[in-house]
Design a binder for this molecule. Structure first.
Ligand SMILES: NC(=O)c1ccc[n+]([C@@H]2O[C@H](COP(=O)([O-])OP(=O)(O)OC[C@H]3O[C@@H](n4cnc5c(N)ncnc54)[C@H](OP(=O)(O)O)[C@@H]3O)[C@@H](O)[C@H]2O)c1
Length: 400
């Protein structure tokens, strides 16, 4: 077998998810059975200072020769970088991703991909013109659990999916947690709100089960009906949003299918941190697939057949393992010793695409990211939620 190809990453931003992603990225891929690629980090940039990038590289355990930059503009000029991972707030994704593409860099960009569909389209067009790889970092799609769920659907196990319920809600007290209203979850200047941050996962489950599993030529955008409640303190950021979707589908493939995608920053999918009720239910005439919370990092599935049969599966995340002294997690959370967070799967896919010369991810291409952004645009239109022009614009460069 040929030796693994090493992909050289640059990390743009040094906040919470950049740390989690980069720690996962540096885990030996053979711990998850991946042998054809390896990852390394050759540089990181902070928009605030070079020293912040230096401490980031130290915290995540990057190779000592990795370079620290005090601006994103310097990072994109580094000739040793194969691909840049963007981990700024979504308000900044369009400007940051365009900066990378203009500099000739491949891009893996955090969710939500952009603020609106026009920005996503402009990025996709530029990547195509430049022959560069571009992918939205919806990590959950790349989990073996998600691959399994999609395979159960395409194999016909529950029959044509007729209805999906998908919730991703996070029980916070926003007035307490984000008192000054400046946090990216509630700040309109940073495209705050439940829909773009959390609702994207509810829509991910709807799309990966009702849209992605259809033959490419049969995929059609859904009709959308939305209810959106704004967060009182900062107004132009949604607190709770509910979306009813109707996917047109030929009679031969099962006829139209429905979905309800819900999200909230105030109430929980299951209160008290319990994970015993399914946040995702995928229903067909022959049975139902259930996925247990959290929707973004699930580790349990259950398939209930029409005959009453029940099949449960656990999907623990691999990693360096117990006794390694290595830990990862996000925010206040800490996973068990040696347990990866699960962000390496999307990194493996991006790296594999570079090796194979593909320009898009195989489990969510740019066309699908754009359709999902169109749905979120329509939800915001019906709910009357707009963000400041400087973060909605496709004008590049725009100073943020
Ligand atoms: N996949 C997941 O599980 C997951 C989880 C959480 C978040 N996310 C996504 O990742 C992105 C970042 O989230 P996060 O939780 O990491 O946020 P964060 O902790 O606030 O970090 C964001 C980073 O972006 C940079 N930045 C540049 N301009 C900024 C500005 N005007 N305001 C704030 N930060 C700015 C900063 O890094 P520098 O100073 O170094 O430039 C900052 O540390 C969001 O799009 C979010 O949706 C994904």
């Amino acid at each position: 077998m040929s030796s693994p190809k090493t992909i050289r990453w640059g990390i743009l931003a040094t906040g919470g998810i950049a740390v989690t992603f980069t720690k996962d990225l540096l885990v030996d891929p053979t711990t998850r059975g991946v042998k054809h690629i390896k990852h390394t980090v050759v540089a990181a940039a902070s928009s605030s200072s070079k020293s912040r990038a230096e401490s980031f590289l130290k915290d995540v355990g990057a190779p000592s020769e990795a370079k620290a930059y005090g601006s994103y503009e310097e990072l994109v000029k580094d000739p040793n970088i194969d691909i840049i991972y963007i981990a700024t707030p979504h308000s900044h994704h369009y400007q940051n991703a365009m900066l990378c593409l203009e500099a000739g860099k491949n891009v893996l960009c955090e969710k939500a991909f952009t603020v609106n569909a026009a920005q996503a389209r402009a990025l996709a067009d530029r990547a195509k013109e430049k022959g560069l790889f571009l992918m939205e970092a919806v990590w959950t799609r790349y989990f073996p659990l998600s691959v399994y769920v999609r395979e159960q659907i395409t194999s016909g196990r529950i029959g044509p999916v007729a209805r999906v319920f998908a919730d991703n809600s996070m029980a916070t007290n926003p007035e307490e947690a984000w008192k000054d209203g400046k946090h990216r979850m509630v700040n309109p200047e940073l495209a705050g709100g439940a829909l773009l941050d959390l609702g994207i996962y509810s829509l991910t489950w709807v799309f990966q089960t009702l849209y992605h599993t259809q033959p490419e030529s049969a995929r059609k955008p859904p009709k959308v009906l939305a209810a959106l409640k704004n967060y009182g303190a900062t107004q132009d950021a949604d607190e709770t949003t509910t979306v009813v979707l109707s996917f047109p589908r030929s009679e031969e493939l099962g006829g139209d299918a429905h979905a309800i995608a819900t999200t909230s920053i105030r109430i929980a999918t299951t209160p008290g941190g319990n994970t015993d009720a399914p946040g995702i239910r995928i229903q067909g005439p022959k049975g139902e697939i259930q996925v247990f919370p959290p929707a973004f990092r699930p580790t349990k599935t259950k398939i209930i057949g029409k005959d009453g049969s029940v099949e449960e599966k656990e999907w623990p995340q691999p990693g360096p393992g117990e006794g390694s002294g290595w830990y990862n997690g996000f925010g206040g959370g800490k996973n068990a010793e040696g347990e990866g967070h699960g962000m390496f799967w999307e990194a493996d896919e991006a790296a594999s695409a570079l090796v194979e010369g593909r320009k898009e991810g195989k489990y969510e291409g740019l066309e699908e990211s754009i359709v999902i952004m169109e749905v979120m645009d329509e939800v915001r239109r019906q709910g009357g939620l707009t963000y400041p022009e400087k973060i909605e614009t496709t004008k590049y460069p725009t100073q943020l």
